[in-house]
Structures are given as C-alpha cells and as structure tokens.
Design a protein around this ligand. Structure first.
Ligand code: NAP
Ligand code: HSE
Length: 443
C-alpha cells in the first residue's frame, strides 16, 4: 500500500450500527487523521437492498450488494463486519482475514459460533480481528479485561449484557407497560437483533457471556452448555412479588470460576437483585458489568449497551487500533495483538456440573386453590432436599385458582430442575412453574 499514508475502510452492513459508524467517522475524521498521522478513507460499503432509505448518503459508486467483494477488495485495508448472523458474516470475516486484513466486528453470535476458527485464521494470515462492540455496546469491557485488568484472574463476572431486555424489564417495572409494545419500541429504537428472539430468550446475552468467558478463562463455552433462560415468561405480577420481597428483576449473565476446583459456570437468567444493589438500579438500555479481579478487587462498568451511537463508539475505537496496527506502531501493535488474536496455548478449565451451581430461588406457580395443595408442593420440595424460605399466596382469576410464590434457601441447579419437573406433574399445578434465581453478590 501507499506507505500507510491513506488507510481505506470498507463497511459491510449499513444498518443501525453501520450507519452510526459511517456518520460519526465522517464527522470526526479530520481529528482522528491528525492524531493518527494518516488519511482515512471510507472507501466502499455493502448492503442487501440498494433502494432502502438510509440516514447516510453515499454515491452509488461506493455502494454494492456484494459484501465479499468489499471484504476481499485489495484496495481496502480494514473491513467492518456489521451485517450480523453467522453465514455471510463468517464468509466476509474469513475472506478478509485470509487476505491479511484487519476485521472489526460487532457480531457476538459469530464470535460465539466461530471464534476459534476466526482467531486461527487471523493468526495464520497475519490479520487481526477486533471486537470491542460485540459486548456491552459503548462500554469498553473487552479492553478493560484484556488490558486494564491484565494482572488479574477473574473469579466472578456478572451483569446486564442485553440492552433490549433491560429496556423491556425497566418499562414493565416502572410503567407497567405490556411486554409486546415495549419490545416493539426496542426494535424501533434499533436496540434489538434482527431476530429479536435472540434478545428476549437470552441467547444474545449467552453469546456475549461466551465472549467474556473466553477472554477471562480461555475456554469456549457454547450456549447449549449453559443455563440460558430469557425474559419472555416474566409478568408484571413477578415485579410486584419481587418488590414485596425487596428485589428488582434483571436479566444477568454470570461467569463464575472456582479456582480451587478449576470449575467454570456460565449462565444467563432473570435474577432477583436486592433493590439497593447498584446493578438493580441500572435501567433502560444501559448495561452493567461487575468484574471481580483477584488483584484489583471489583470494578463496575455502566453504559449504554445497545443502539446506533454507543455501538459506533466501540467500533470506531477498534478502527483506531486497527490503524495503529497497520502503521506498525510498536506499542499499539502489542496492545491490539493481545486483544485481537488470543494465543491458543492458555489452559482451558472444565465446566461445573449442575449440582455444584448453588443459589437461592424464586418459584411462581398457578395452582388450584384447594385443601392440601401447599402440603403436596412442600412434599415435592422436601423430597429434593429444597428448603422453603418464604411463601406468598394470592387469589388469582379465574375463581378457584391461586398464585403461589415460594423462595428457597440455598439449593443447587440439579435439585431445582428435579423439583420443577416433579411439580409440573402435580394435578394441582395448573401452569408450568416459573423459576427465577436470587442474586447474592456481595460486591
Ligand atoms: P441491521 O440494522 O439489521 O443491519 C444489518 C446490515 O447488514 C444492513 O445494512 C443490511 O442491508 C445488511 N445485510 C443483512 N443481510 C445481508 C445480506 N444477506 N447481504 C448483504 N447485506 C446484508 O443490524 P445492526 O443492528 O446494525 O447490527 C449489526 C451487527 O452489530 C450485528 O452483528 C449485531 O448483533 C451487532 N450489534 C448491534 C447493536 C445494536 O444496538 N443494533 C449493538 C451491538 C452489536 P440492508 O440495510 O439493505 O437491509
Ligand atoms: N440486541 C443487542 C442488545 C444489541 O439489545 O443488547 C447490543 O449487542
């Protein structure tokens, strides 16, 4: 190339995030150019539908429907993959890396499904893969883990990693808003995935948890190996019951490693958090990530977790690292290399079996309102050695039904799964019980 006097950027995908990147990069380009000492050129972009109306206006010569042509264009140095999904996005990413380019991606589903292959391809061809925007939107959590906290091991990382779900839960709790209308609003605001079931069923959070677990523990954990539960069965009544018990409800990812046994557990589930807990107060599209390091102690990161601008901010931060890499800035090279293609030599750890995952639980059931029901339920729980801590019973429509909310003392996932299966078989239990976890995080 031109002795790195001009660095050319291709953007695959000009949707919510792509348009944000194009807009903000165009705006701050002169300042970045003077700081980086190179010219930056937004060379080409790819989309699916050339006729779609967009907030950014590009000359027709810069726009194509051929994402692979952008990815492998010899005139392009840095490729932003902002398409989403795991098929075309994988081809674009691997194609660009095979040409030795730097790829910047916001695609956590892709990293979760194909991260090992992507990092190996980057190493093989001398390319780089940067992914700050893939977790927690505008919060620089990848940099925090890999750079700021490099001296630490991480016994516990937990937090809110999905802006759509936190927006929905907040609106349901504070405005008593119906779930479906709030989901529609989250889509309109550009927070939700193209397939919103990824958000509300917990899979998007699981993809992000897998990325964080890999960075912190060098182990790829697939979503099917995790407990993954979403927010789609939570009702306004759950917020009322939780509030009566002194809790709010958040969808959390929890990545816990016991360094004594070397067991790792990665899980995603709606969690009751004490109302006074700082993470319980994080509302709307904001994310929060609490990182316990064995040297630094706990650090907490809060910021916008989704949306055009917050995500563009993270992508542009990677673009600047990519430019430094291409300019062969030695210091930046060391930093970015560390965060782009983790070495495979690090020892992975094993996954904790369900009987080793312990906690307290909230159980909501719709039951027949008749004599002996509580005794039957207590019997099932006792048979699995699950100890009841509290019971709230309230009348429910139609007549003859009741809503029963139980909390437990410390138990484990295996016992709770067995309990749920047995409760669901009782004639007096009229709907599949809902199980939520109670978060006992001391810092
Ligand atoms: P989006 O609005 O749906 O945009 C996707 C873009 O890719 C669109 O420009 C679309 O073209 C193009 N595209 C999709 N399928 C294509 C195909 N088969 N061929 C060619 N082009 C195709 O998605 P987004 O919200 O910007 O998200 C992009 C990525 O960022 C995803 O990986 C997502 O998980 C991630 N992310 C999103 C956010 C957020 O807040 N939205 C935050 C963090 C990370 P058209 O415009 O012509 O349809
Ligand atoms: N759909 C995702 C969310 C986008 O709502 O958090 C950010 O990754």
């Amino acid at each position: 190339m031109n002795a790195r006097s001009v660095i050319r950027i291709g953007v695959c995908g000009l949707g919510t995030v792509g348009q944000g990147v194009w807009t903000h990069l165009s705006r701050i380009r002169p300042e970045l150019e003077s700081r980086l000492g190179v010219k930056l050129e937004l060379t080409r972009a790819s989309v699916r539908d050339l006729r779609k109306r967009r907030s950014v206006k590009l000359p027709a010569s810069k726009l194509t429907t051929d994402a692979l042509a952008v990815a492998t264009d010899p005139n392009i140095d840095i490729v932003c993959e902002l398409i989403g999904g795991t098929t075309l996005a994988r081809n674009v990413t691997l194609g660009a890396l095979a040409c030795g380019k730097v790829v910047v991606s916001a695609n956590k589903a892709l990293i979760c499904a194909h991260g090992a292959e992507i990092f190996a391809t980057a190493r093989r061809h001398g390319g780089h893969f940067l992914f700050e925007a893939s977790v927690a939107g505008g919060i620089p959590i990848i940099k925090a883990l890999r750079e700021g906290l490099v001296a630490n091991r991480f016994p516990l990382i937990y937090g809110i990693l999905n802006g759509t779900c936190n927006y929905i839960l907040t609106q349901m709790e504070e405005q008593d808003a119906p779930y479906t209308s709030v989901l529609g609003e989250a889509k309109r605001l550009g927070y939700a995935e193209a397939d919103e079931s990824l958000d509300v069923q917990g899979w998007d959070t699981a993809h992000k948890a897998a990325v964080l677990a890999f960075l912190a523990h060098h182990t790829w954990v697939k979503p099917e190996q995790m407990v993954v539960e979403g927010i789609d069965r939570i009702t306004p009544d759950d917020f009322k019951h939780a509030a009566a018990l002194g809790y709010g409800i958040k969808l959390l990812a929890v990545i816990a490693r016991d360094f004594a046994t070397d067991e790792l557990s990665v899980r995603v589930h709606p969690t009751l958090l004490p109302e006074s807990h700082v993470v319980a107060k994080v509302s709307g599209v904001f994310n929060a990530v609490s990182v316990r390091g064995d040297v630094a102690g706990t650090t907490l990161y809060i910021g916008r977790g989704a949306g055009r601008d917050a995500t563009a901010s993270a992508v542009i931060s990677d673009l600047v690292d990519a430019v430094a890499l291409l300019k062969n800035d030695r210091r930046a090279f060391i930093t970015a290399r560390k965060s782009s293609a983790p070495e495979p030599a690090m020892k992975p750890c094993r996954l904790a079996p369900p009987e080793h995952i312990r906690g307290r639980y909230y159980l909501r059931m719709t039951v027949s309102d008749e004599p002996g029901v509580l005794a039957q339920i207590a019997h099932v729980m006792a048979s699995q050695r699950v100890s009841i801590a509290s019971v709230i019973q309230s009348a429910q429509e139609p007549a003859g039904m009741a809503s029963l909310v139980l909390t437990t003392h410390q138990s484990d996932e295996q016992a709770m799964r067995a309990t749920l299966a047995r409760l669901a078989r009782l004639r007096c239990v009229r709907e599949e019980p809902l199980l939520l976890r109670i978060g006992d995080f001391s810092d």
